[in-house]
Design a protein around this ligand. Structure first.
Ligand code: APR
Ligand code: PHB
Length: 389
């Protein structure tokens, strides 16, 4: 088989890239290890930056998002007794869109299928070959038989545990990592959200986040130990812990109900440099991870896809490689800024096991500065709605 761009991974990065390229007449094949049902069964975040909302429009897949997504013009940060309302609209004239990653992925699958996009599921043993030559190709096994896909370029959109990043020689690759000493216990429940904006709360008991998917579906998180397990958190224990970490006015009106999903995720910051090797480009989680505070995971994947799709379109339209040659540098510049914001927000709002009295005072001073300084709130808003592409 031959295609112009071989895409490894059918998560949001791979699908969005495939869809954007298809609309510009560029042929792709998406190779996904799992089934579509498995990919759609994963519960992920749900805050889209304005830039990703625009990309969904450009990709021609925004109809359901526009109808069902909820625009948020601000968010609440609470720290002890301090409550800060950050008004994104006032500071940036932009909002974010609440729309689950699962829904976005579903819309992209539907669009790819409607356009007869070539999606291959259940591929095993994917190997990237000759990415540093002019004749790259990918081999893979499906139902016991081996296949070969020749291409001009390879997009590694296969997430943190994929093969693409590992295919860049160790001598070329530099990896930067920070593991945080806690996790997030997340609960999904068919209850109305406690508030019409997200609440990021920090208390003596640790961090909590009140988020949502829609008017009847809420997503809540609390900071927990890395060694903890969801079985230690029956629903009533979870709700009780959440209530004790969020401002009283919200705790008093929180509607609780049975959880329909409960899981623990570790928090990590990670960046691989470069994001490009020969004709192989990394996008999204394959190249970088952020802790979820700040909701930048999916959004940073989307900015990679933006730069890569623009570079590839330029190449196929004019033969010019300037933009694809600059891909890694351009993508990384924005990635590092999202890493910084996610690390900063994580550091500000969590209780760290080794935090001493000085560190604690620093958090308090930083929160007081944010509360009292409109410029600091503007900086927060600018980062949260998403830096320009
Ligand atoms: N071969 C083929 N497919 C693979 C392989 C492989 N060797 N390894 C992984 N995959 C597939 C996974 O099954 C998954 O469906 O690649 C896909 C990667 O998807 P994600 O992990 O969702 O990563 P990405 O598409 O970059 O999405 C951006 O940012 O912070 C996150 O939650 C956010 O998942 C979102 C991500
Ligand atoms: C979520 O809704 O799952 C969510 C929202 C905001 C975050 C992280 C997760 O920062």
């Amino acid at each position: 088989m031959r295609t112009q761009v071989a895409i490894i991974g059918g998560g949001p990065s791979g699908l969005l890239l495939s869809q954007l390229l298809h609309r510009q007449g560029i042929d792709t094949v998406v190779l996904e290890r799992k089934t579509k049902e498995y990919v759609l069964g994963r519960i992920r975040a749900g805050v889209l930056e304005a830039g990703l909302v625009d990309q969904m429009r450009t990709a021609g897949v925004s109809e359901r998002m526009e109808a069902e997504g909820i625009l948020h013009r601000g968010t609440v940060i609470s720290y002890g007794d301090a409550q800060i309302n950050i008004d994104f609209q006032a500071h940036t004239s932009k909002s974010v869109m609440i729309y689950g990653q699962t829904e976005l992925t579903r819309d992209l699958y539907e669009a790819r299928e409607a356009m007869s996009g070539n999606l291959v599921f259940g591929v095993n043993k994917v190997e990237i070959k000759d990415a540093d030559t002019n004749a790259p190709h990918v081999t893979y096994e499906i139902n016991g038989s081996m296949h070969r896909l020749d291409c001009d370029y390879i997009a590694g959109c296969d997430g943190f545990h994929g093969v693409s990043r590992q295919s860049i020689p160790k001598t070329v690759r530099h990896e930067y990592e920070k593991i945080y000493p806690f996790g997030w216990l997340g609960v999904l429940s068919e209850t109305p959200p406690v508030h019409d904006e997200l609440i990021y709360a920090s208390s003596d008991l640790g961090f909590a986040l009140c988020s949502m998917r829609n008017a009847q579906l809420s997503r809540y998180y609390i900071q927990c130990d890395l060694s903890d397990s969801p079985e230690n958190w029956p629903d009533d224990v979870f709700w009780d812990a959440l209530k004790r970490r969020i401002p009283e006015e919200h705790a008093d009106v929180l509607i609780t109900g049975p959880s329909i999903e409960k899981s623990i995720a570790p928090l990590r910051s990670f960046v691989c440099e470069p994001m490009q090797w020969g004709r192989l480009f990394l996008c999204g989680d394959a190249a970088h991870i952020v802790p979820p505070t700040g909701a930048k995971g999916l959004n940073t994947a989307a900015s990679d896809v933006h730069y890569l799709s623009q570079g590839l379109v330029q190449f196929y339209q004019s033969g010019e490689t300037a933009a694809i040659d600059a891909y890694s540098a351009k993508a990384l510049e924005r990635v590092w800024k999202a890493e910084r914001f996610s690390w900063w927000m994580t550091s500000l709002l969590h209780r760290f096991p080794d935090q001493n009295a000085f560190d604690f005072r620093m958090q308090q001073a930083e929160v007081a500065f944010l509360r009292d300084n409109p410029n600091a709130q503007a900086v927060f808003a600018e980062n949260y709605v998403g830096l320009p592409y």
